[in-house]
Design a protein around this ligand. Structure first.
Ligand code: GLC
Length: 721
């Protein structure tokens, strides 16, 4: 730590210098060749002089560039305050691991932490000091493109995976040259936008916010995240950036967050579009009063905060407090001692895509893959002589997903390359067959694809959704496979029964129309740099799939939003799902249940849940119940199983989910081996928010189960007294 007196530093800054310390701009403003007074500079009301006191830079990456910007800044800033460099390192910096929705399906917090630490190492040497991660927006609607950035629909899973990311990126000292600070986002309920449309309005009761949407953000605050980013959407009528209740009452007062709050890109300025402000001056007042410290890429604070203070509408002490909070953050990053925080062009080159990092990315791609269907064709024999790779994802590196940092498609191992490396003596024929472009109905490639399939010993149908169809601003109303991929999959499967679908996608897709026409479906998501290597290992049995879905796959987009922890209605169906039942809660044209469930995932072996014993059937508020689950690997292959523990509160003051995940453990069992997994249940895990938004547990009966969703393997009961 430096011995700088930060309070004294604030006291010697001019009013405008303090204001501009809270202004974040992209790096191009500081690379003189790109700064354009008449363009963005003019729009932001900036000049060369005011650029000298800007507090933070967004989005730039690369040690040399960041060192150049910081060096120039420190030579010009009267106060010699280092800028802090922030960036979206969501699932890798240069070595890209699977997107968060895939990592969520690994159900592996240690792996999540390991991947985050890898990303931190690469990010820090490349000059990034803060990452806008983890994103923990509960996502129940696959129409929303940013579902790919979350760990899916469950509060508990998003909470533990979010905390693992905070720990992996930050470690226990963010000033270390291999660590970066984190910023949890987007507070709050950004994934609940009406109609699954990005940035759309969110109307969620306070009870539902506290029950389902808040827990992952709070878990990241409790894990020590240093920053919080409010979300773009309006929340019950008030956009979070101007929502005092959310940012002050809940985040600061209830959760005890004392870090830095940063707006999303131009979110302060968007209050004009949202009808809360008639201009930037009102934007500045509303956001600063609500508690937003830093304004990202909009000029409201820069242009009007000093004026508002002069008019007595904002207290200068409030500004000083925000500036001091930010300087203390910079001090904690060690920037006053080392303004470059370990940025090093040589190490940057050494670490990027190094074998150790590729190995981590490979393991993550293996662990997050989910085997959705297998009628026995998988794993393929490694003795096959001729392999046909069909489809638009057969030989492409465009499998890194959105928000992939500095990752590049041409650095991703393709399916073809992965299989060639694994089986160098096999003959591999590739036939794209069709594109994955929305609306492209060209089937002229089918004949070649079908011929290749017929001539092959094994066929891999590599289809999915282009990586630029998910991510920010990428909502969809139709979740089927794009183009004529469905037709291709059916035709190729019919041509050769020894075929399997390999799926690459950034969101749950509607697979209803092909699921009965194909023999196997292996979900690879957007697996990143080592996606092709992992696919080969999984397809040919070197690795046994163990992923479980962290998000439901609907039968139809009309079911969205759809999730496992739903409330029973007063008119539940009694008939089989899909059979219409009058005067019950169901659809005329579709079942209620998803095609594939949260927590679902097959293996090449067979896990038998032999027993579940609980040491007592009564729990008092200070006690605990210990649950032991005996699982046997009854197959012929070693494998991992994610044992998931669910509870259900049978009678309560408010409706309660039909199942709630409260724990999971991944266990490795050799073929024929049995193992016991234990869980502890205590009263706080049974609490929920009642009608008055009090966090309470209620005495009464609960069920405890292992399995997933509507496929529980073993269930028992206990009573809270
Ligand atoms: C984007 C995203 C946010 C990201 C920020 C900076 O609009 O909403 O998640 O961190 O801008 O890139």
């Amino acid at each position: 730590m430096s011995n700088i007196d930060l309070k004294a530093l604030v006291s010697q800054m001019t009013l405008q210098e303090k204001v501009d310390q809270l202004f974040q701009l992209t790096g191009n403003f500081f690379l003189s060749a790109q700064a354009d007074i008449t363009g963005p500079m003019g729009f932001f009301g900036l000049d060369e002089e005011s650029l000298k006191s800007i507090g933070t830079v967004l989005g730039s990456g690369g040690a040399e560039k960041i060192i150049e910007i910081q060096k120039k800044h420190l030579s010009e800033d009267r106060n010699k305050i280092p800028m802090v460099f922030m960036r979206d390192i969501i699932h890798g910096c240069r070595t890209v691991y699977p997107m968060p929705l895939a990592m969520g399906s690994s159900f592996d917090t240690e792996l999540m932490e390991e991947c985050s630490y890898m990303a931190a190492r690469e990010a820090s040497v490349s000059g990034t000091q803060v990452t806008f991660t983890p994103m923990v927006d509960i996502s129940r609607d696959a129409r929303w493109g940013r579902i790919m950035e979350s760990c899916g629909e469950d509060p508990y899973l998003n909470s533990v995976m979010g905390a693992a990311q905070v720990k992996g990126f930050q470690g226990d000292d963010i000033s270390k040259p291999d660590r970066v600070a984190t910023c949890v986002k987007h507070l709050a309920a950004y994934g609940a936008g009406e109609a699954g449309r990005d940035y759309n309005n969110v109307e969620v009761s306070e009870r539902a916010l506290r029950e389902f949407y808040f827990p992952p953000y709070k878990a990241c605050v409790d894990a020590g995240t240093k920053m919080v980013m409010p979300s773009f959407n309006s929340l019950n009528g008030i956009p979070p950036i101007a929502n005092k209740w959310l940012l002050k009452n809940v985040l600061r007062d209830e959760w005890g967050f004392n870090g830095v709050i940063i707006s999303d890109w131009n979110a302060v300025g968007e209050l004009i579009n949202q009808g809360l402000a008639d201009g930037y001056k009102e934007c500045a007042r509303l956001s600063f009063e609500a508690g937003c410290d830093i304004e990202m890429m909009s000029p409201a604070y820069h242009k009007h905060l000093a004026e508002l203070i002069g008019e007595g509408k904002i207290l200068e002490e409030e500004l000083d407090a925000a500036v001091l909070r930010f300087l203390e953050f910079k001090e904690e990053l060690g920037l006053f001692d080392d303004p470059y925080h370990g940025a090093d062009p040589i190490k940057e080159k050494e670490l990027a895509l190094c074998p150790e990092h590729r190995e981590i990315a490979y393991r993550a791609a293996c662990e997050s893959a989910v085997l959705l269907k297998n009628d026995g064709v998988l794993p393929f024999s490694k003795d096959v002589k001729r392999i046909a790779l069909i489809g638009p994802f057969a030989d492409t590196g465009a499998i890194k997903g959105a928000w992939a940092g500095s990752g590049r498609d041409d650095e991703c191992v393709t399916v073809r390359e992965g299989i060639e490396r694994l089986l160098p003596n096999a003959q591999i024929v590739t036939a794209v067959g069709c594109s994955a472009t929305i609306g492209d109905n060209d089937t002229s490639g089918f004949d070649e694809a079908i011929k290749a399939a017929k001539d092959a010993d094994a066929v891999v149908i590599c289809i999915g959704e282009p990586q630029n169809y998910s991510g920010e601003g990428c909502s969809r109303t139709d979740l089927h496979l794009t183009g004529v991929q469905e037709e291709l999959a059916k035709a190729v499967s019919a041509a050769n029964k020894n075929s399997a679908v390999l799926l690459f996608n950034g969101r749950p897709l509607v697979l209803t129309d092909i699921v009965d026409n194909v023999n196997a479906i292996l979900e690879m998501w957007m697996p990143g740099t080592e996606g092709g290597s992992a696919a080969a290992s999984l397809l040919f049995g070197d690795v046994n799939p163990c992923g479980k879905l962290c998000v439901s796959f609907p039968k139809s987009v009309g079911q969205c939003p759809i999730y496992y922890n739903y409330f029973n209605t007063g008119k539940p169906k009694k008939k089989k799902d899909g059979e219409y039942e009058s005067f019950t809660s169901n659809y005329l044209d579709c079942g209620n249940l998803p095609l594939f469930f949260f927590g679902e995932g097959l293996s090449y072996t067979d896990f038998v849940y032999e027993s579940m014993t609980i040491d007592k059937n009564v729990l008092d508020e200070n006690g605990e119940i210990n649950v032991s689950v005996r699982v046997r690997n009854a197959g012929e292959r070693d494998g991992k199983e994610v044992v998931q523990l669910y509870i259900r509160d049978l009678i309560s003051e408010a409706v309660r989910p039909v199942q709630e995940l409260i724990g999971f453990k991944k266990v490795f069992l050799k073929a024929g081996e049995s193992g016991t997994v234990t869980f502890r249940i205590t009263e706080p895990q049974l609490r929920y928010y009642n009608f008055n938004c009090e966090c309470v547990s209620e005495k009464g009966d609960f069920t405890v189960s292992v399995g997933y969703a509507n496929h529980m393997k073993l269930t028992d009961k206990f009573t809270l007294e």
